[in-house]
Design a binder for this molecule. Structure first.
Ligand code: SF4
Length: 306
């Protein structure tokens, strides 16, 4: 078969996922493989990069280039891949421990660099791979192996953190139990030129089996964001989730307000700014003009002798 032919789903599938049944990672994998098929992406033009955690097995299940990296370092590895091979579309799969704890410094600077890649934060609010330790996004009071009396701190909100960093250009959120929304936001992220950050709120049936049950039972606890030029939801989804709101993704102040909400949990594109330049384009454009610093009297005097 010629590579230009339409690719069936099987062209992107590799192996049988080892995640627990009902794990949110399965929903993300299904959405990403469907995206690849629908966009007829060439497998040899894709690279999936991960760190360490349950979700970090993602590259193993994609028949594309992949790099299963080290803990917290998915983003710098992905940036290196992008610098060396700008023709590849780079996806990053990272978890709440991998991204928001050990990799937090890389996360902030990757937002600021705004390289063209799609980043999926698989946020299950716990370290699952190492059998239930508290993570930065764990709810306060969570009993875990590291916090047997309950965790002391409020959860970090990855959306508001991302929205607070210079050069942020795309932030979206979905929940694993609405597959249509997972697909829609990842697709919109793929089409965004720049660092697109998608947080998927995921269930970990193994260690936090009931955490999101109230949201599953009550559709009023989900807020579908509607965008004029953005993702569209099917009529079926709109019938179930009647709690909807028109949202302008260019309004960063409103995006930050919406991002703070957990009840209802917002689903859709919170923020998008296509005008933020990508680091690779800025570098291509050449050296920046150095700024002229006003010299102190002493520096001016010293210049006479150099
Ligand atoms: Fe998924 Fe939790 Fe199982 Fe890990 S432990 S594979 S996050 S359900």
């Amino acid at each position: 078969r010629m590579v230009e032919d339409d690719h069936p789903l099987e062209d992107y599938q590799s192996g049988i996922p080892r995640w627990c049944s009902g794990c949110g990672d399965n929903a993300v994998l299904a959405a990403v493989q469907r995206l690849c098929r629908d966009e007829n992406l060439r497998p040899e033009k894709l690279a999936f990069v991960s760190g360490i955690g349950c979700a970090s097995r993602f590259p193993h299940y994609m028949r594309t280039y992949g790099f299963h990296g080290i803990h917290g370092r998915a983003l710098p590895i992905a940036e290196g891949v992008k610098m060396a091979r700008p023709d590849l579309h780079v996806f990053v799969n990272t978890g709440d421990g991998d991204c928001c704890s050990i990799g937090a410094a890389h996360w902030l600077h990757a937002i600021r660099y705004n390289m063209n890649m799609t980043v999926v934060l698989h946020d299950n609010h716990v370290y699952g791979l190492t059998k239930k330790q508290v993570s930065p996004t764990s709810p306060k009071g969570l009993r875990s192996n590291t916090t047997p009396h309950g965790s002391y701190l409020d959860a970090m909100n990855p959306l508001t953190v991302t929205l607070g960093v210079t050069n942020v250009s795309f932030v979206a959120q979905a929940v694993d139990w609405i597959p249509e929304a997972v697909y829609a936001v990842i697709r919109a992220a793929y089409h965004h030129k720049g660092f697109s950050f998608v947080r998927i709120i995921q269930r970990c049936p193994e260690f936090l089996p009931t955490m999101w049950e109230p949201w599953l039972r009550d559709p009023e606890k989900t807020l579908l964001l509607e965008h004029e030029d953005g993702i569209a939801y099917s009529a079926g989804l709109q019938r179930i989730y009647k709690n909807r709101q028109a949202h302008d993704p260019s309004d960063i102040h409103r995006a930050r307000e919406i991002a703070s909400s957990i009840d209802p949990v917002p689903v859709g594109i919170l923020y998008r700014d296509e005008s933020v330049p990508c680091y690779e384009d800025v570098r291509e454009a050449g050296k920046p003009r150095p700024i002229e610093m006003v010299k102190s009297g002493l520096e001016a005097e010293l210049d006479k002798f150099t």
